[in-house]
Design a protein around this ligand. Structure first.
Ligand code: NAG
Ligand code: NAG
Ligand code: NAG
Ligand code: NAG
Ligand code: NAG
Ligand code: NAG
Length: 656
C-alpha cells in the first residue's frame, strides 16, 4: 500500500479547488475541509481564503504539514495522525487559530514557542498523547490569552514542580492522568519509575492554577485519586464537576449542599461513604447529577432541590422519595426496584418526561401507576419481570407518551391504553399470545412496532383463515417499522395496505410461501432470513426494496428466484454458501452461482397451449406424411414390381 504523495494546493483559482476536494470532503457552506483517507500524504496546505476549518484526521502525519499563510483559519484538527512532534513554527502562518485539536497522537511535549503567536486561541485539545512533563507547558500561551478549554486527559503525567504554572483556563480536563491526590495546597501525581520520584517533582501547588477562572473541572477516571475535603472547597465555584471513578472524602455531601455552586455533577462509580446507604444531598444550583454505581439503596430529593436530570444506574435502589418537582428525567436502570416507584402522596412530577426503570425486579404495573407523571414522554420498563399491567395503569386520557418499552418481560396480554402520540412501542421478548382487537385503535400515530420473540404470538391463529390480532395491523396507518421476528409465524401476513411501512422484519419464523403482492409497495427493507421459504413470487413489483434478506431458507433452485436476483445481488452475505443456498432435488447448492444463470419463468399456461399446438401440428404432419407415403407407395409399388419383374424377366434369359 504505497502512500499517495499529494501536494494540496488550493488557491484562488477555482480550478484547483477540485484538486483538494477530490481527495477530501469540502463543505463550502460551513467553510470546512475534512481529509480522513489514511493513504493521503499531506505536505503543503494552501486553502481558498474563505476556508475556516480544516480537519486532517486519521492521516499519516509524523509531522504536521507545511501551512501557507491563511489568517482566516479558525479551527485546525489533526487527530489520530501518528504525530510525534510539532515544530515551533508550525502555526505561525495561521494567526487566526481559535481551536487546535492534536488529540490521539504520540506527542511528548509542545515546544515553548509554538502557541505564542496565537492571540485568539481558546481551545487546546491534547487528549491521549504521551505528555508527561507539565513544566514544559507553563507559559506556552501568548500573553493575555485565557483558554476556554484545555484537555490533557489520557496523558501519563509524571512530572510537575512548583515551577509549573498552568496556562490560565476555564475548563480544565485532567481525566486519566495518573493523579494521586488533591488537597487544598497541592495536586500530586503518581510516581513513575525512571522519572524523578520525589514529591517535589510530581506536584503542582494549587495556587499555580488560576482557580478563580475555573468553571469546569474533570478529574475523572483517576481510579486511586484521593480527593481531600479541603480540595473541594477550592473548586466550590466550578459549575461542571466530573469526579467519576475517584475517591471522595467524608463531608462530600455537606460540601455539595452548603458550599458548591455546581450545576452538573458526575460522581458515578466513586468510592464514598454513604450514610445509611442513602443518597439525599442536593446542591442549590444542581441541575444534573450522576450517582451511578455508588452502592446506594435509597434515594431522596426534597422539594427544594432544583434537580432536572438524575442518573442513578447500577445501584441497589429499591425505594425513592422524590418530591423535587422540577425533575425532568430519571434513569434508574439496573437497580432493585420490585415496586413501581411513585412520588409521595399529593406530589405530581409534572415536568418529568423521561423515566427509565429497565433491568429491575418489578412484576406488575399497578393501577394509576403513571398518574403522578402526567407529562411523561419516554417510559422504559424493559427487562423486568412484569406479568401484568393493570388496565388502569395508564390514565385513560391525556398521556402524551412518545415511546414505551415493555420488552423482555413476561407479559402474555396487554390492556389497550389510548396513547394518541405514541410513536414507538416495543413488546419484544414477552409471551404475548393475544392482542385485543381494539389494541391498535388507541395508537393512531404509531411508527415503530417491535413485537419480536414472542413465541406464542400466533398460537391462537395458526393459519391464514382463522381470525387473528394481525388482521388489525392495518389500523396503524403511520407504521414505518414492523418487527415480528422469531414469533412462530407460519403464513405471510396481508400488509398490502400499510402504505407507509418501510421496514419489515420476519426473521426466524416458519413462513413457507411469500408472495410480494401481499407486502406493502413502499417497502425498503425486508428480512425473511431463517424461515422455510421455498418459492418467492412477484418480487419485481417491490420497486423500492433495497435490502432483502432470505438467508437460511430452503429455497428451490428454480426460475421463481429470478425476481429476487436484483435485490439479492446487493446483499454482501449472498456469496456465503452457508447462509444463501438453494435445493435441487435433495442436493444443496450455493445460491450465488445459481443466480448468475437463472432465467425468468415462462408462463405455464401459455406454455401448455404451445406444447399442445406443437404436438398437434407434429402429429398432423406425421399422419399426413404417412398417408401421403402410403399413397405414393401404392401408386409406384405396382410399377416398381412391374419394372422389377420385367427386369427379372429380362435378366432370367441372360442367366439361362
Ligand atoms: C497536601 O498533600 C501533600 C502531599 O500529599 C502534603 O504534603 C500536604 O501536607 C497536604 N496539605 C494539607 C493541607 O493537608
Ligand atoms: C488569574 O487570572 C486573572 C484574570 O485573567 C489575572 O488577573 C490573574 O493575574 C491570574 N492569576 C494567576 C495566578 O495567574
Ligand atoms: C467563589 O466566588 C465568590 C464570588 O463569586 C468569591 O467570593 C469566592 O472567593 C469564590 N470562591 C473560590 C473558592 O474561588
Ligand atoms: C459520568 O461519567 C461516566 C464515566 O466517566 C460516564 O460514563 C457517564 O456518561 C457520565 N455521566 C453523564 C451524565 O455524563
Ligand atoms: C403473482 O401475482 C399474480 C397477479 O398479478 C397472481 O395471480 C399470482 O398468483 C402471483 N404469483 C404467485 C406465484 O402467487
Ligand atoms: C443496489 O445498490 C445500488 C447502489 O447502492 C442501488 O443503486 C440499487 O438501486 C440497488 N438495487 C436494489 C435492487 O436494491
Amino acid at each position: 500500500m504505497r502512500i499517495l504523495v499529494l501536494m494540496l494546493f488550493m488557491s484562488t483559482f477555482p480550478s484547483s479547488r477540485a484538486d483538494l476536494c477530490a481527495h477530501c470532503d469540502c463543505d463550502f457552506l460551513s467553510h470546512t475541509v475534512v481529509c480522513n483517507r489514511p493513504s493521503l500524504l499531506v505536505r503543503t496546505v494552501s486553502m481558498l481564503p474563505n476556508i475556516q476549518q480544516l480537519h486532517l484526521n486519521s492521516l499519516n502525519l509524523p509531522q504536521p504539514p507545511h501551512f501557507l499563510f491563511h489568517p482566516n483559519l479558525r479551527v485546525l484538527r489533526m487527530s489520530r495522525c501518528g504525530m510525534h512532534e510539532v515544530p515551533g513554527s508550525t502555526f505561525l502562518p495561521l494567526p487566526g487559530l481559535e481551536v487546535i485539536d492534536l488529540s490521539n497522537n504520540h506527542l511528548e511535549t509542545l515546544p515553548p514557542t509554538v502557541l505564542r503567536s496565537l492571540k485568539f486561541l481558546r481551545v487546546l485539545i491534547l487528549t491521549n498523547n504521551r505528555i508527561s512533563n507539565l513544566d514544559q507547558l507553563a507559559w506556552i500561551l501568548s500573553p493575555g490569552v485565557v483558554l476556554e478549554q484545555l484537555d490533557l486527559s489520557g496523558n501519563p503525567i509524571a512530572i510537575a514542580t512548583s515551577m509549573t504554572v498552568f496556562p490560565p483556563v476555564r475548563q480544565l480536563f485532567l481525566s486519566d492522568t495518573r493523579m494521586e491526590s488533591v488537597n487544598e495546597t497541592v495536586i500530586m501525581f503518581k510516581k513513575l519509575p525512571g522519572k524523578c520520584e520525589k514529591d517535589v517533582c510530581r506536584h503542582i501547588p494549587i495556587h499555580n492554577l488560576n482557580i478563580s477562572l475555573i468553571t469546569t473541572i474533570d478529574f475523572s477516571s483517576n481510579r486511586e485519586l484521593e480527593i481531600d475535603s479541603g480540595a473541594l472547597d477550592i473548586f466550590s465555584n466550578a459549575t461542571f464537576v466530573d469526579l467519576s471513578n475517584t475517591r471522595l472524602p467524608i463531608g462530600f455531601e455537606e460540601w455539595l449542599e452548603r458550599k458548591s455552586r455546581v450545576k452538573s455533577l458526575n460522581i458515578s462509580h466513586c468510592q464514598m461513604p454513604l450514610h445509611e446507604d442513602t443518597w439525599t444531598a442536593c446542591g442549590q444550583f444542581l441541575h444534573s447529577l450522576d450517582i451511578s454505581g455508588i452502592g446506594a439503596k435509597r434515594l431522596r430529593f426534597s422539594r427544594f432541590c432544583p434537580i432536572r436530570t438524575v442518573f442513578a444506574r447500577d445501584n441497589l435502589l429499591s425505594t425513592v422519595y422524590i418530591d423535587a418537582v422540577s425533575i425532568e428525567s430519571m434513569h434508574f436502570e439496573r437497580n432493585m426496584f420490585s415496586d413501581f416507584p411513585i412520588p409521595p402522596p399529593g406530589v405530581e412530577l409534572t415536568e418529568l418526561h423521561t423515566l427509565s426503570l429497565s433491568h429491575n425486579l418489578m412484576t406488575s404495573l399497578p393501577p394509576h401507576a403513571l398518574q403522578s407523571y402526567p407529562n411523561l414522554q419516554h417510559f422504559d420498563i424493559s427487562h423486568n419481570q412484569l406479568s401484568e399491567i393493570d388496565p388502569q395503569a395508564f390514565p385513560s386520557i391525556g398521556l402524551g407518551l412518545i415511546s414505551l418499552d415493555l420488552s423482555s418481560n413476561q407479559l402474555s396480554s396487554l390492556p389497550h391504553p389510548i396513547l394518541p402520540s405514541l410513536l414507538l412501542l416495543d413488546l419484544s421478548s414477552n409471551t404475548i399470545s393475544h392482542l385485543d382487537p381494539h389494541f391498535f385503535t388507541g395508537l393512531p400515530m404509531l411508527q415503530q412496532l417491535r413485537i419480536a420473540s414472542n413465541p406464542t404470538l400466533f398460537s391462537r391463529c395458526p393459519n391464514r383463515e382463522s381470525p387473528c390480532w394481525s388482521d388489525h395491523l392495518d389500523e396503524l396507518t403511520s407504521l414505518v417499522d414492523l418487527d415480528i421476528s422469531n414469533s412462530g409465524l407460519e403464513f405471510s401476513l396481508h400488509l398490502r395496505h400499510l402504505r407507509t411501512l418501510k421496514s419489515l422484519m420476519l426473521r426466524g419464523n416458519e413462513i413457507r410461501v411469500i408472495d410480494a403482492k401481499s407486502l406493502p409497495e413502499n417497502l425498503r427493507t425486508l428480512d425473511l432470513g431463517e424461515n422455510r421459504v421455498q418459492f418467492t413470487s412477484n418480487f419485481s413489483k417491490l420497486e423500492h426494496l433495497r435490502d432483502l434478506r432470505v438467508d437460511q431458507n430452503p429455497l428451490r433452485c428454480d426460475c421463481s428466484l429470478y425476481d429476487i436476483v436484483p435485490h439479492l445481488l446487493n446483499q454482501s452475505q449472498v456469496s456465503d454458501p452457508l447462509l444463501y443456498y438453494c435445493f435441487s432435488g435433495s442436493w444443496q447448492y450455493p445460491l450465488l452461482p445459481y443466480l448468475a444463470s437463472v432465467k425468468p419463468c415462462i408462463d405455464t399456461t401459455r406454455n401448455f397451449y404451445s406444447i399442445l399446438i406443437t404436438t398437434f401440428i407434429i402429429a398432423f404432419a406425421i399422419v399426413a406424411a404417412l398417408i401421403g407415403g402410403f399413397l405414393v407407395y401404392r401408386k409406384y409399388a405396382e410399377r416398381a414390381n412391374f419394372v422389377y419383374k420385367r427386369i427379372s424377366l429380362v435378366e432370367s434369359p441372360v442367366r439361362l
